[in-house]
Design a protein around this ligand. Structure first.
Ligand code: 8ID
Ligand code: ZN
Length: 349
């Protein structure tokens, strides 16, 4: 039976840590399902939401979180394609209109009426969460619900970003922020897609992790005296990376990436540092034919494919586990850049 109240982490005041408290269990609408969550990842986006970093208004008394994995326990009368008892994931894209041009052409993350989990609607830092049936990810039952949680945002996002980069097997991708949640998964997806990885991040714990994940080189941005030269030197012919995946939460690499991107290369901006700008020299961008683009989560099929890579055993990124009540401590570590990989929170039964 579904209880009337549940435990949740609630952002009562912007800029302050969430409060662990009891709130009502929501009821699914006709086109929605209710998922009893077992695990949720903690994405840096959740910290941006707490800090009010972005020019996008968020819900009051927000329950954050958008990497939730659990079991469907109730569904509305119009909810199709997913049944009670199915394992399901709740993603950043909680719902979209399904009828605008973007939704019709499988760019539903661009839907002007998209509902965002843990941002414009309550997310996964609670025991029971709502998702639109059309958008929840159906998860294979043999997949562990803790390890799959980070795939639901970080995994899908980096998989999509790598596809958007156009990099082909055998080519080199520089991953900037490789030691974080998105970056660690990006290394695994890149490898599974036949790409060679140059990892860029800071500190020895992240170095050890990146080397384990299969990076051919690790460049420490806190120690390198010439980052551009070091990245280029780490590519087989010294001419730079075919693709650059920017998943760091600082502006500097967004200004710098053109310098170590290979001619004809593509820079994919994914990280969302507050108030940051992309800046590139026009001359180099033109005469070296550099492409610079953004990439924003993925569509439903990207989700199916990203989960599929994981289910086939191709994606193994380290994660640390804590309890839902420990979210404030995880946010503090994340703010300090001290997390190698991802934190996954266990949600009490
Ligand atoms: O759809 C999207 N575009 C999308 C989806 C999900 C997340 C975008 N994001 C955004 C988040 O909002 C956040 O801004 O991607 C960014 C990365 O999220 P994350 O991986 O969850 O953050 P993290 O685990 O804190 O990792 C960030 C890493 O960047 C490194 C840090 O050391 C950390 O390991 N880093 C920083 I900060 N500055 C760096 C630099 N100058 C750097 N690495 C290399 N060079
Ligand atoms: Zn996320």
């Amino acid at each position: 039976t579904i209880p009337k109240t549940q435990w949740a982490q609630v952002l009562e005041k912007k800029g302050e840590l969430p409060v662990y408290k009891e709130i009502p269990v929501p009821e699914p609408g006709p086109d929605e399902v209710l998922v009893k969550l077992r695990y949720t990842g903690v994405c840096h986006t959740d910290l941006h939401a707490m800090n009010g970093d972005w020019p996008l208004p968020e819900k009051d008394n927000l329950v954050g979180g958008h990497e939730g994995a659990g079991v469907v326990v109730a569904k509305g009368s119009l909810a199709q394609g997913i049944e009670i008892g199915d394992h399901a994931g709740i993603k950043w894209l909680n719902g979209s209109c399904l009828s605008c041009e973007f939704c019709k052409t499988a760019d539903e993350s661009l839907c002007p009426d998209a509902l965002l989990s843990g941002y414009t609607v309550d997310g996964t830092f609670q025991q029971y969460a709502i998702g639109k049936a059309a958008h929840v990810s159906k998860l294979p039952k043999e997949v562990p619900l803790d390890a799959i949680a980070p795939i639901l945002c970080a995994g899908i996002t980096v998989y999509k970003g790598l596809k958007e980069s156009g990099a082909r097997p055998g080519q080199t991708v520089a991953i900037v922020g490789a030691g974080g949640g998105l970056g660690s998964l990006a290394q695994q997806y890149a490898k599974a897609m036949g790409l060679r990885v140059v990892a860029i991040d800071g500190g020895d714990e992240k170095k050890a992790m990146c080397e384990k994940l299969g990076a051919e080189a690790y460049i420490d941005f806190t120690k390198s005296s010439d980052l551009v030269a070091d990245v280029k030197a780490a590519t087989p012919d010294g001419l730079g990376a075919h693709a650059v995946l920017l998943v760091a939460v600082s502006e500097k690499p967004f200004q710098q990436a053109v310098a170590y991107a290979r001619s004809r290369g593509t820079i994919v901006a994914i990280g969302l540092p507050a108030h940051a700008y992309l800046k590139a020299p026009v001359f180099d961008t033109v005469v070296r034919m550099i492409s610079i683009k953004g990439s924003y989560v993925g569509n439903r099929q990207d989700g199916v494919e990203a989960v599929g890579f994981f289910a086939r055993g191709l994606i193994k990124a380290p994660f640390k586990t804590a309890h839902l009540k420990d979210l404030p401590e995880v946010f503090k570590l994340m703010q300090e850049g001290k997390i190698a990989g991802r934190y996954v929170l266990e949600i009490p039964e």
